[in-house]
Write a protein that binds this ligand. Structure first.
Ligand code: GLU
Length: 489
């Protein structure tokens, strides 16, 4: 049994971000590879940023992606938030209400690693303004460092408002060893006396994260590199408590193709966006694993099991992983092609229904045939509505140059008549008819090869290339076929 314990610790401030899913995934892969445990902890101490429903969205998104965790916060069948594991509670606001952080802040106050600060917002604002105009980085000036614990307790008893700050030693190097980023050294003279407990009594992220990671036995902290600048504070807190520091692994930020951080305005950022567009869980997960990590071999189509086998922090890149939509589509298309027709049919159905192309009465065999017909050409499930649109319209517009040329050849009316004649002899188009009709038309008209197939294709689909003609004929059915051929008789 391995002692490895990792965690994903999102704040419920909205949907699950695609970068967050990658962080969760890397944690999961590392835990599974090493027989360790993966924990989901909710960091909701910033009450001003809490968003209703965000917690449920987080949990459901992870579940959809197949990123499973062993301990932490889950939803039961009725959608109620429940917890599992021996290190709970796993929600920081609940931990706060149970007084878990009080004990630890008390220790730091007693040992002189933290102090009460009574500076008003007004004083801090003025200080910041002054520092800015003096051209120095705004930082707390340490006024309350000299307030004794005794005096502080007196002032609190008198009803003064306060926060509690970390008391950093002066001119001391703090060393962060990061598995991906390497060694980082920062001097405390360049650091701020971080607030650990806010005036509302809630711990800040920096304090809660250290206490909880320690109490939950976390061995490796795997998170986005936006937290790297905060890590020296955390390292100092571990030292102040006399606790072992976990291993730090900071992951490169996910960037768009312009090498900019993904933004809600210009990019799809939430896992929901990708789900709605019809990326498969396997496709998205497989691709995300490659954003910032690369396998040793050339094969980039990797199942979850393969990823678990091959993943390693050694091959995580130091700087930005580029999110490449074309590559994601290529990976996703692979997983769509691997689906059975029935499975794909059930997955494209909601998109077709939403676009009002089909209703509940649409026969299952036709839906399966649709799936089979477009399986090779779909990058995402949502693409079905665009690609299959011509099948559901009464008429097709022939706009492609080649299609116009083929559909206006002299012999086209003969083809159309022969086709219509074949149709007149049947009740409805079935597979047998669809398979044999072109041969029959060839026999009847003597037209063959490109001169036969291209015009028929153009008339039926508007294009000279596209899905299997046999499938198109069967999917269109008698009425639609006649409508498309009739104008040309
Ligand atoms: N709560 C932080 C977040 O929202 C977690 C950072 C960490 O993993 O330490 O990303």
């Amino acid at each position: 049994m391995s002692d490895i314990r990792v965690r994903f610790a999102p704040s419920p401030t909205g949907y699950l971000h695609i970068g967050g899913l990658r962080t969760a995934l890397y944690n999961y892969l590392f835990a599974r590879q090493n027989g360790g445990k993966f924990i989901l902890r909710i960091e909701d101490t910033d009450r001003t940023r809490f968003v209703e429903g965000a917690l449920e969205n987080l949990i459901n998104s992870l579940k959809w992606a197949g990123v499973e965790y062993d301990e932490g916060v889950f939803l039961d069948e009725s959608g109620k938030v429940v917890e599992k594991g021996d290190c709970g509670p796993y929600i920081q606001s609940v931990r706060q209400s149970q007084g878990i952080y009080d004990e630890y802040i008390e220790k730091l106050l007693e040992s002189g690693h933290a102090y009460y600060c009574f500076c008003t917002k007004e004083r801090l604002d003025n200080l910041r303004e002054q520092q800015k105009s003096d051209g120095i980085i705004p930082r707390y000036d340490g006024l309350c460092r000299s307030v004794s614990l005794e005096e502080a307790k007196q002032r609190i008893a008198n009803g003064e408002e306060y926060v509690i700050r970390l008391k950093l030693p002066v001119n001391t190097d703090i060393v962060v060893e990061d598995l991906v980023k390497g060694k980082i050294v920062i001097n405390t003279n360049d650091m701020d006396d971080q607030v650990l407990i806010k005036s509302d009594g809630f711990p800040t992220y920096h304090f809660a994260v250290v206490v909880d990671d320690h109490l939950m036995g976390i061995t490796h902290i795997v998170r986005g590199d936006e937290w790297l600048p905060s890590t020296p504070k955390h390292v100092y807190l571990y030292e102040a408590f006399g606790w072992d520091t976990p291993v730090f692994v900071h992951l490169p930020t996910v960037l768009n193709k312009f090498r900019k951080k993904l933004s809600k305005r210009n990019d799809d950022v939430s896992v929901d966006d990708f789900i709605n567009q019809g990326y498969t869980a396997q496709g998205l997960v497989n691709y995300l694993a490659l954003v910032g990590w690369s396998p040793e071999g050339n094969d980039e189509i990797l199942s979850m099991d393969e990823l678990i086998k091959q993943f390693s922090f050694n091959r995580v890149s130091k700087t930005g992983g580029i999110f490449d939509r074309d590559k994601l589509n290529w990976v996703n298309a692979h997983y769509i092609r691997e689906m059975s027709d029935e499975d794909l049919a059930s997955k494209i159905k909601p998109y077709l229904q939403e676009a009002k192309m089909i209703d509940d009465a649409y026969p299952q065999e036709k839906l399966n045939l649709l799936a089979a017909t477009f399986k090779e050409s779909l990058d995402r499930l949502m693409d079905i509505t665009e690609q299959a649109a011509f099948l559901f319209e009464d008429k097709v517009e022939i706009t492609e140059e080649d299609a116009i040329e083929y559909s206006s050849k002299d012999h086209v009316s003969d083809l159309a008549s022969a086709f219509i004649e074949e149709l007149s002899g049947i009740e409805e188009v079935d597979l047998e008819f669809a398979k044999t009709v072109m041969k029959k038309i060839q026999k009847q008209t003597g037209i063959k090869g490109k001169d036969l197939f291209m015009p028929v294709r153009a008339l039926l689909t508007g294009k000279v290339h596209g899905p299997e003609l046999v499938n198109v004929i069967e999917l269109l059915g008698k009425d639609k076929l006649i409508k498309r051929l009739e104008g040309l008789k």
